[in-house]
Design a protein around this ligand. Sequence first.
Ligand SMILES: NC(=O)c1ccc[n+]([C@@H]2O[C@H](COP(=O)([O-])OP(=O)(O)OC[C@H]3O[C@@H](n4cnc5c(N)ncnc54)[C@H](OP(=O)(O)O)[C@@H]3O)[C@@H](O)[C@H]2O)c1
Length: 281
Amino acid sequence: MRIGILGAGGMADALGTQWARAGHEVMVSGRDLSRSSAQAARMSAAATPSGPSADAAISAGAANGSDVTGVTGASGMTGVTDVTDVTGVTGATGMTDATGATAVTEAAELAGRGRVRAGSFAEAAGFGEVVVVAVREAGLLDTLRAAGAALRGKVLIDVTNAANPREYDLTHSLARLIGEVSGGHVVKAFNLCHVDVWRMTPPVFDGRPLAVPLCGDDPGALAAARTLVTDLGCTPVDGGAAERAALLEATAAFMIGLWFGGADAQAILPPLPSSGTHQPA
Ligand SMILES: NC(=O)c1ccc[n+]([C@@H]2O[C@H](COP(=O)([O-])OP(=O)(O)OC[C@H]3O[C@@H](n4cnc5c(N)ncnc54)[C@H](OP(=O)(O)O)[C@@H]3O)[C@@H](O)[C@H]2O)c1
C-alpha cells in the first residue's frame, strides 16, 4: 500500500524503513524538504537487500540526499523527490561501470523495492492510502493543518505520545485531537515502545513476537493497521474503540515513567495463565 508519513524523524525512519522493506511505497515529510529527502534516501537504501548494489545505493543516497532540491520527482507531484530514482538508478549506473551485468540486475530490482520518497506534509497526506502521524506534540496541530483536507476520511495511524510523560494530562488525548482536526479514521498504535524496538527485525522477546494493541473505530482502518503490524513481524491486539486510545497514551506515559526510573516495566504484569479469571461486564 502507499504510506504517507507525517514526520521524518526517528519513528518515521524506523517504521517506514520496515514497511518499505515489506514492499510498501512510503513518503516521509517534514518542515524542511532537503532534510526529509536525505532521510528518505537513507531509508530507501536501508530497505534494499544488502549486497554490492545496495552499498552503491547507500553511497548514492548519502551523496545525493543532502543535495536534493525537491523538484525532480518522477511521480509528477511538484516538490516531491522520488528517492528511489536517486538511489536506485544512480546506483545502477555506477554499478554497471564497476561490476557489470549482474549488478545491473540487482540494481534494477532495487529500483522496484524499498521505495521511499519525501514531500511536504500535504503531499504525504495526499500520497498515502494510509497516513501515519509521527510528529512531536509541539508540532502536531501545525502539521495537521499543513497536511490539510487530504486527511479527511483517510486511514490515520497515530503513533504520537505526550511531549512530557511526567506531566501527562489525563483529559488531553492526542488521538482524539487528531481525529477532530483531520476528519480521518484514527487508529492508535505503535506508541508503547521505544523507537529502537521498531527497528528490530523482528521485535521478538523470549521467543514471543511483540504484541501491538490497536484502538480505533473504523473496520477498514483497523484492517490496514493490522497489516502494518504484521509486516513488522508483530502480532496485532484488539485494544477497543477509538475512545480507548487515551488509555494507550496514558499507558505510554506510565511505562516511560517506570523505564526512566530503571524499572522493568514488563515485570509489572503476570503472564496470561496467572492473570486471573476475567469475564466481560
Ligand atoms: N522516539 C520514540 O521512542 C517514540 C516511541 C513511541 C512514540 N513516539 C512518538 O512519535 C512521535 C514522533 O517521535 P520521533 O521520535 O519520531 O520524533 P523526532 O525524531 O524528534 O521527529 C519529530 C518529527 O516531528 C516533526 N515536527 C513537526 N513540527 C515540529 C515541532 N514544532 N517541533 C518538533 N518536531 C516537529 C519533525 O519535523 P522536522 O523533520 O521538520 O524536524 C520530525 O519529523 C512523537 O509524538 C513521539 O512522542 C516516539
